[in-house]
Design a protein around this ligand. Structure first.
Ligand SMILES: Cc1ncc(COP(=O)(O)O)c(C=O)c1O
Length: 414
């Protein structure tokens, strides 16, 4: 490679710290290439397959030579959009038309990113809960906006910070980014919280996005409310949904955004420049998922609930403090003393190197997350049990090294 030619990145690249999960993922892949069996509790990447009927439909439609062209409508096929509207009516009693109040996206991450580009620019402020799934912060950063964090405590605390920020900032914040059920913490929103959010959104001219990726991964009979259920929500905001988690279609890249037509029009305009829509065969298979696969979602959620119980019970037996989540694909757990002093990144690296277990360091979700780990429920029960065993063994080793003085809890690995 020539050493004389210097690539000069855009200034916005300096605003993007190294993607921590990319680093952990790379370590995992390198270990696997060396033949180690790494148990992956790191990434929320479903390992179970999409429903058979959905995959069969994809194969059937993909065999049609006429389907391989660019989709005729970039924002999503009429029938898929109508199915999404029916899903909202059936599940949340939200009356969508399925026309201008729905747009299909290349996964919800893409949709959220481009939505931020449509709504935000330099001088704008967005409020994001802390900790946060990284794209909720960095989509706004890439768009050039300022990000202010709202700590996720009780709903009252959350609302009181929201009001304080709306009252004290000039110009006021433009957008509130929500994500309930929340990744990484598993925190839920009550319907009442959404009612209050809509009230303040109207009072302070704040647009609202709710990332509802974990809408259907819920446990113990808990039903997650949609933001759009609340009166007036369609006036102020939109909700993103995903096929990745409910239907195990993460690699297919299919999501959607529903709600306020003007906001959706903005996303459609930006996407019109960037992409041509989603492969039509995937969209048609998506119709089958939405229309016929409610029972598959129930089975999948039950599997996650069982894995949650196996993991929680194992951690409690190890003496860890665990809050049992009612939704999502993760446990958000505090690293116990004395290991918390390592920080979450080093803890994750030690678990990778010693236990062959990948975990997501809480610091990857913002500095508020350091001291925590996010453990994904994607591996099966037996592999979760095996991961717990390997972690227990590695922590014993670390305990012994601490006693011998060969393991320093603070600073670099010894
Ligand atoms: C909160 C949240 N939103 C969005 C996504 C990405 O979803 P998609 O696959 O639809 O882009 C994830 C994936 O982990 C997520 O946790």
């Amino acid at each position: 490679m020539s050493t004389e030619f210097k690539v000069k990145f855009a200034e916005r690249m300096n605003q993007l710290p190294p993607y921590l999960f990319g680093m952990i993922n790379k370590m995992k892949m390198e270990k696997r290439w060396q033949g180690d069996d790494v148990i992956d509790l790191g990434m929320g990447n479903p390992m179970d397959p999409a429903p058979n009927t959905v995959t069969e439909k994809l194969c059937e439609v993909a065999a049609d030579p006429k389907i391989h062209r660019y989709p005729t409508i970039a924002g999503g096929m009429k029938n898929l959009k109508r199915e999404i509207a029916l899903y909202y009516k059936r599940n949340y009693n939200v009356p969508l038309t399925g026309a201008d109040d729905v747009i299909c996206t290349i996964g919800s991450k893409e949709g959220i990113s481009h939505m931020c580009l449509a709504l935000l620019g330099p001088g704008d402020t967005v409020l994001v809960p802390a900790p946060a799934f990284p794209i909720h912060v960095y989509a706004a950063v890439i768009a050039g906006a300022n990000v202010l964090r709202i700590n996720l405590g009780s709903e009252d605390e959350f609302l009181s910070q929201l009001v304080t920020m709306c009252k004290s900032l000039y110009p006021g914040p433009k957008l509130l980014m929500l994500n309930f059920p929340h990744n990484p913490t598993g925190i839920l929103a009550s319907r009442e919280l959404f009612v209050e959010v809509v009230k303040y959104a109207k009072r302070y001219g704040l647009m609202v996005i709710n990332d509802f990726a974990y809408a259907k991964i819920t446990f113990d009979d808990y039903v997650a409310p949609s933001f759009l259920e609340v009166d007036g929500a369609l006036d102020v905001g939109v909700e993103f949904g995903s096929f990745s988690k409910s239907y195990n279609m993460a690699g297919w890249r299919l999501g959607y955004c529903v709600g306020n037509e003007q906001i959706i029009e903005g996303l459609a305009k930006i996407k019109g420049y960037y992409d041509y829509g989603i492969f039509s065969a995937i969209q048609i298979a998506g119709i089958v998922a939405m229309r016929d696969c409610d029972a598959d979602i129930t089975v999948q959620a039950a599997a996650y609930q069982h894995r949650r119980d196996v993991l929680c019970q194992g951690l409690v037996r190890m003496g860890w403090e665990v809050d049992i989540p009612k939704a999502g694909m993760f446990l958000w757990v505090k690293i116990p003393e004395p290991y918390i002093r390592m920080g979450s990144v080093r803890f994750a690296v030690e678990m990778m190197n010693r236990a062959n277990v990948a975990v997501a360091p809480g610091a990857g979700f913002g500095e508020e997350g350091d001291g925590y780990l996010r453990l994904a429920l994607v591996e099966n029960d037996n592999r979760i049990r095996q991961a717990l065993k390997q972690m227990r063994q590695s922590l014993k080793e670390i305990d012994q090294e601490i006693e011998e003085g060969t393991f320093k809890l603070e600073g670099e690995p010894s």
